[in-house]
Design a protein around this ligand. Structure first.
Ligand code: G6P
Length: 612
């Protein structure tokens, strides 16, 4: 992961670089650093931990200079300590890097044999030494950088700066995204366009294999064969504003509260509420609109929370559209050598649209001639730009590292797609379509009602705080939702949490149940409610403490005094996963707040994972 920034500017750049890094902190916050050149002197400030520590260091010890590079780190190679913080130096060369240099061990051994001394445990430092070696061998700076880039394998976005040229940054991309911004007599680079939004909205994206020579008034891009190439300049829609928390204590809570609005906003893109019909709006560059009737298989690939949205949608596509679905975590899919159907569709779900494993899955499907579709929150992302059909979520920027509103908006798109697929494939008749569309239209209202349960959920969350383990159970679409509940609790509170399909409890996990084990059960009153109640009885009989999330009918029927019950409004089945996600999120949020963890930036995590 990591976020990188570079500016070849006309004013002091260190504060500008820090400002841009603030927008990239979602990519990692283990350490941060900035380097500049002033009067032929290369200097840097680095600090462990969040950007605020670097800011403090710069306040007491400022950096001048009109050219600079900066970095915010998610540690891969080497502990998150200052010596491993970027920028890395070698002689007159400074480097920042996002990604992983896979052959760094061999390169490091060769460079050490040549007398280069390493200061860090990072993979990145080999790049700085390789460029310096190129300079020592007499290459001009651009060529020295290119010499180094050619020796690297792995995934990288790089920026290289040279002490002896304060009008040059060389950038390269092989995997992780890299945006180049065009200003008035200034040029910028960043891991995304939003980082550069305060400076410019004129953006050129490097493509895989590209490297670029960036000067104040000139940009030259070369492709992987060394040919100078033109890449289109685009106007970015990224907002220059740093989203703030409003009256909320954390971004996560704000984003939980935004859900009624953003779910409605997203649905409006895929549903014609006046005609009460699905009206899928494909934002892809696509002359050949998606026709679900022509498909015989759908494979969905994603990571983390987006994967769980896909998992849940498998139930919807199979039930309502009779379309068989394979669902995989992208890190497995990409190496599994999956046979793909000739008439299949490959769907990728990603908030950021940049997740490395998901992108690799997409490339595999592309190579195998599949039709590609994406559900992304960032419309300009690589996954969106690489797909034939694009169905954006309109969640707005999500800052909390643990995904909330992006998840429910993904579900809103997926529900619309599944119903639309059911209509196209002749399994949903017009009356049923109208009924389902009316149900979707109610989702924002129910989500809003559920927010009023916060105080009650907060009290229950306090019973989870400081437990060692928590189990989550659900059946049908509530099973992937249970997985999302367990994931949220793990991410935020660091409590070990697992989810099981409720019927699977008896095949092993029941051995874990004792008085110390809270069990969260997600069970609206549906056709299999009774089955889940039986599983709850099995838990209660062994002393397990149950938190049941259900509706008034379920609460009335459950007849278990031992269970603590969150009573949700009664609602149509198709929207329950979207609305039931909210108490799950609030439970994890309040457990974490009670335990005092860093809710918006949990330890060891990052929001956009651009490494394998
Ligand atoms: C990271 C985030 C998760 C997210 C996953 C996939 O692990 O912490 O919240 O679900 O990446 O990210 P994507 O941007 O592809 O949805």
């Amino acid at each position: 992961m990591c976020g990188i920034v570079g500016i070849v500017g006309t004013r002091p750049v260190a504060p500008l670089i820090v400002d841009a890094l603030k927008r990239l902190e979602y990519r990692g916050y283990d350490s941060a650093g900035v380097a500049t050149i002033e009067s032929g002197v290369l200097d840097r400030r680095r600090a462990e931990g969040k950007l605020v520590n670097l800011q403090d260091r710069l306040d007491t010890s400022p950096l001048s200079g009109r050219i600079g590079i900066g970095h915010t780190r998610w540690a891969t190679h080497g502990a998150p300590i200052e010596i491993n913080a970027h920028p890395h130096f070698s002689g007159g060369v400074a480097v920042v890097h996002n990604g992983i240099i896979e052959n760094f061990r061999d390169l490091r051994a060769a460079l050490e044999a040549d007398g280069f001394v390493f200061d860090s445990q990072t993979d990145t430092e080999v790049v700085a030494h390789l460029v310096e070696k190129g300079l020592r061998d007499g290459l001009p700076p651009e060529e020295a950088a290119h010499y180094a880039i050619q020796k690297l394998s792995g995934a990288f976005a790089l920026a290289v700066m040279f002490k002896n040229d304060d009008n040059l940054i060389v950038a390269a991309r092989n995997g992780p995204p890299l945006a180049i911004g065009h200003g008035q007599g200034e040029m910028y680079l960043g891991s995304d366009a939003v980082a550069l939004a305060p400076f410019t909205n004129r953006i050129t994206y490097l493509e895989d294999g590209d490297w670029a020579v960036i000067r104040r008034d000139e940009l030259t891009i070369f492709d992987e064969h060394g040919e100078a190439v033109k890449r289109q300049q685009q106007l970015s829609v990224g907002s220059a504003l740093l989203v703030d928390k409003g009256n909320h204590r954390h971004f996560m809570l704000k984003e939980i509260y935004e859900q009624p609005e953003v779910i409605g906003h997203t649905l409006a893109n895929y549903v014609d509420f006046n005609a009460e019909k699905i009206a899928l709006r494909d934002m892809g560059d696509n002359d050949n609109p998606l026709d679900f009737a022509k498909l015989d298989r759908l494979n969905i690939t994603a990571c983390g929370t987006a994967y769980l949205a896909g998992y849940l949608a498998k139930y919807w596509f199979e039930r309502h559209a009779r379309l068989p679905v394979d669902i995989d975590v992208a890190s497995e899919f990409r190496y599994r050598e999956v046979p793909l159907s000739k008439n299949g569709l490959s769907l990728f779900i990603s908030q950021s649209g940049e997740t490395a494993d998901t992108l690799a899955g997409l490339k595999y499907c592309e190579e195998h001639g599949q039709k590609l579709a994406a559900i992304v929150n960032v419309r300009e992302s690589t996954i969106a730009r690489s797909s034939h059909s694009v169905f954006p979520t309109l969640a707005g920027p999500e800052i909390g590292v643990a995904s909330t509103k992006a998840f429910t908006c993904q579900l809103a798109v997926l529900a619309s797609l599944a119903i639309g697929a059911g209509v196209q494939r002749g399994h949903i008749d017009p009356a049923a379509e109208t009924e389902m569309v009316r149900a979707l239209a109610e989702a924002p209202r129910y989500a809003n009602e559920v927010l009023k349960l916060e105080d009650e959920i907060k009290d229950l969350a306090h019973t989870l705080a400081n437990k060692q383990h928590v189990l989550y159970l659900g059946r049908d679409t509530n099973y992937p939702l249970a997985m999302e509940g367990a994931l949220k609790l793990k991410e935020l509170s660091y409590i070990h949490a697992e989810a099981y399909a409720a019927g699977e409890l008896k095949h092993g996990p029941i051995a874990l149940i004792d008085e110390e084990m809270p069990v969260v059960v997600i069970a609206p009153h549906d056709r299999i409610f009774e089955k889940t109640v039986s599983n709850m009885q099995e838990v209660a009989a062994r002393g397990g403490k149950i938190i049941l999330i259900t509706d008034p009918k379920g609460a009335a029927e459950v007849g278990m005094d031992e269970a603590k019950v969150i009573v949700m409004p009664e609602m149509p089945e198709i929207i329950t996963p979207i609305v039931y996600a909210l108490p799950i999120q609030m439970l994890a949020y309040h457990t974490a707040v009670h335990m005092g963890t860093d809710v918006d930036q949990p330890r060891n995590l990052a929001k956009s994972v651009t490494v394998e």
